[in-house]
Design a protein around this ligand. Structure first.
Ligand code: DHB
Length: 392
């Protein structure tokens, strides 16, 4: 089998890239270890930047997003027992965030790709990425039927997440990994309840952070900071609601609307960047190259901006045959990656409780939140990064 671009991973990065390349008439094949149903059922974050929405509109895959996505003109930072609103639209000249869960994005991208007659090989496990220094690198994989296959390519893109074969194919002595592990995780729930707030609430409380998000008028998504080694079985519905209510309580008498909890997960939190994002003819995109803690929901959006840059560089490569634009990909993509790293770390540090934090640290954290919600300049800095920095 031969193609121009061999893409490992049918996540947001791989699928968006395949759709963008198709527009340029560049052929690609996606090799994905999971089955379609598993991908479409995995619950992840839910916030799309303005730039991600614009990209989906441009690619003609935003019909359902336009119908079902919920536009958020602002968000709430809650601390000291009160709400403080950040007005995105006002602060950024009309840019907004859109709530549309990642698995819904994936359903739309997979459907669009298959409708174009594009290849996605589901259930296919990459066993080796070979000859990256040559002009015909290969992906060796075992297909869904268990047969060994080889895909010969001009370029290989590793869009296969943090534990995939892509990054592992860059020798350890040719890359530098930057890692920060946070001493807490997020306990995430889905529940059957009406919304407690029209806009997302990011709450800082002495007991720890909590986030109130939503999914539909009937289903709500909430998270609270927890011990990353805790287990969901230790948390009964009553205990979860008591903890969430305590973290949202305040002088305004705010109460969450409760309902049956039907999903519980604990996610660890880390910041990670791999430099460079290229090795010979292999290019990394999305979580394969970097991970952000979830505060601020930058993960999917960063995958989209990576492949936006990669698509342009691949366009130049296949038009003229020289690697100049592709060789610049790491530097171009990393500028936005590190901005998002800073933002995600900053939102995390500002809103979470750190074990062993002194009273000085707590007062400083509150002063920072006070600053961000009372200074228009500071609020603008948060808003413009939340709705998404421009790509170029
Ligand atoms: C959601 C997740 C986030 O990490 C965030 O910052 C906002 C919303 C969500 O899952 O809805």
């Amino acid at each position: 089998m031969r193609t121009q671009v061999g893409i490992i991973g049918a996540g947001p990065a791989g699928l968006l890239l395949a759709l963008m390349l198709e527009r340029r008439g560049i052929a690609s094949v996606i090799v994905e270890v999971r089955e379609r149903a598993a991908i479409e059922a995995t619950i992840r974050a839910g916030i799309l930047e303005q730039s991600t929405v614009d990209l989906m509109v441009e690619l003609g895959v935003a019909d359902r997003l336009r119908r079902e996505g919920v536009v958020h003109h602002g968000t709430i930072l809650r601390f000291g027992g009160r709400n403080h609103r950040i007005d995105f639209a006002d602060l950024t000249g009309g840019r907004v965030a859109t709530l549309y869960p990642q698995h819904e994005v994936l359903k739309d991208l997979i459907a669009a790709r298959l409708a174009q007659g594009g290849h996605i090989l589901f259930g296919a496990k990459v066993t080796e990425i070979a000859d990256l220094a040559s002009d015909e690198p290969q992906l060796h994989f075992t297909d869904a039927a268990g047969l060994a296959q080889t895909l010969r390519c001009d370029i290989i893109v590793g869009a296969d997440g943090s534990y995939g074969a892509g990054r592992a194919a860059i020798p350890a002595d040719r890359r530098k990994d930057f890692l920060r592990i946070y001493p807490f995780g997020w306990f995430g729930i889905l529940c059957e309840a009406p919304p407690s707030s029209a806009e997302l609430i990011y709450a800082r409380h002495a007991r720890g952070f909590a986030l109130i998000s939503n999914r539909t008028p009937e289903v709500q998504r909430m998270y609270f900071q927890c011990d990353p080694d805790d287990r969901v079985e230790h948390w009964s519905e009553d205990r979860i609601w008591a903890e969430l209510q305590a973290r949202l309580a305040g002088e305004d008498g705010f109460r969450l609307k409760e309902g049956r909890i039907f999903q519980k997960t604990i996610v660890p939190m880390r910041s990670f960047v791999c430099e460079p994002m290229q090795h010979g003819r292999l290019f990394l995109a999305g979580d394969a190259a970097h991970v952000v803690p979830p505060t601020g929901a930058k993960g999917l959006n960063l995958a989209a901006s990576d492949v936006w840059h990669l698509d342009r560089a691949l366009g130049a490569f296949f038009a003229g045959g020289d690697m100049t634009a592709l060789e610049a990909y790491t530097a171009t993509a990393l500028r936005r990656v590190w901005r998002a790293q800073h933002f995600s770390w900053w939102m995390t540090s500002m809103l979470h409780r750190f074990e062993g934090a002194s009273e000085f640290d707590e007062r400083r954290q509150l002063a920072e939140l006070e600053h961000v919600t009372t200074s228009r300049a500071a609020a603008t800095a948060l808003a413009e990064t939340y709705v998404g920095l421009p790509y170029a």
